[in-house]
Design a protein around this ligand. Sequence first.
Ligand code: XMP
Length: 513
Amino acid sequence: RILIIDFGSQVTQLIARRVREGGVYCEIHPFNKVTGESIREFNPKGVILSGGPASVTHDDTPRAPEELFETDLPVLGICYGQQTLCAQLGGEVSPGKHHEFGRAQLEVIDDCILFDGVWSKTDTDQVWMSHGDTVTKLPDGFRVVGKSGNAPFAAIADDARRYYAVQFHPEVVHTPRGAELLKNFVHRVCGCGGEWTMAHFRAEEIAKIRKQVGDKRVICGLSGGVDSSVAAVLIHEAIGDQLTCIYVDHGLMRLNESEQVVTVFRDHYNIPLIHRDASDLFLGKLAGVTDPEKKRKIIGGLFIDVFEEEAAKIGGADFLAQGTLYPDVIESVSFHGGPSVTIKSHHNVGGLPERMNMQLVEPLRELFKDEVRDLGRELGLPEILVGRHPFPGPGLAIRIPGEVTREAADILRQADAVYLDEIRKAGLYDEIWQAFAVLLPVKTVGVMGDSRTYDHVCALRAVTSTDGMTADSYPFDHSFLSACATRIINEVRGVNRVVYDCTSKPPGTIEWE
Ligand code: XMP
């Protein structure tokens, strides 16, 4: 196992992810919680020091515990981790004259065990930099193995003590060979095998959930999406019928989605499930409302009310389970109290745990979406659920600009299903982050057979993305789009024109509202 000491970088979780990809168990511990004793207790085979926003040139900024250097454990410092490693071992760090941010060229100066099978002497390759300070004097025992334009000590090594450090970020995809460097550190330097898999994660999390929950009761809001589904199945495996799932159907789900959720959870997994059809309530309150934020707020508020009502009927619970993922954790940290403006009020059950006096169970907090999908497969969830595109909490309401009616939702469900059917048939579903149809409140004139039509415009959207934060419109062949248009207009009553949305994010957003 590997210990990652976190100095607060936005991408520390990516280090963990790369280590896991190498089949090695790891944990991230915040720097201020790590002591010599906690290291001995955790008993790692190696330690990675993460990046971070502080400057080691200031006093009272974070340091690695001194006892770390009294153990004989291998250490890899990344960015801030490199700087503090050097400063603590007798080197020097200075505020850089030139900040380096973004892509840089690494020149390999010498061979190094980290570079085995990746780079040889005199190679150059792209790495990702994000630093202001720079190491300007190496501690005794170190040699330089790589440099970049603004970092003379971009990669350094002390083979005798097995200390290595890099100024760049090997954990991000913009350092294309970085993952291999991290694997060399954990496998070749630290001697970890590569046996750890999602099956181990499953077993470890089950043990943790049992310990956290004891014999208390847990409720989980299912949304039909992959995150809450995987969380629910994992928790059910841990504590059985102490878990009750609540599925609030707001009438704005995709075609057949509610039936699928109920079938999978009740029939396949035998998980206690409350299915509340609240479509009349939601559509009633949405009548006449056209403002996107108002729609979101109404749905979010009603969702919490209904959820609370159903939870009360079964006598409440001590814990609320949520399928929170790591990107959600990071997003809410930077959103709450951060300088960013609210673009959209995201729908979640925020505030509910306090209101109902419940603690949270969030077994997926450290995972990324694709890791959650792997875990879902490990738990035997059907591919249709595991591989499904993300779907927003407010559902089709934010894909119907203007007033949401049952009739509009029915038209949209049909058009969306045809579009996705075409995408699946073309084998494109897994290449696309999210694809969906939008029903516009605009009507246009058309001709079908010999008659005039006057019906709605349907817009098609498909984007590629890695995290939903930025996105590009998917470049379909024109013939594919024409085929979708023909099928939708022929099969869905109420639509007589189809257009494709080719806006990226930014400046657009993925959803239309
Ligand atoms: P936008 O439209 O902001 O969407 O570019 C980014 C990603 O977030 C999803 N999304 C939501 N997910 N509740 C959610 O759970 C919401 O209220 C919500 N709004 C947008 C959207 O589908 C995309 O994947």
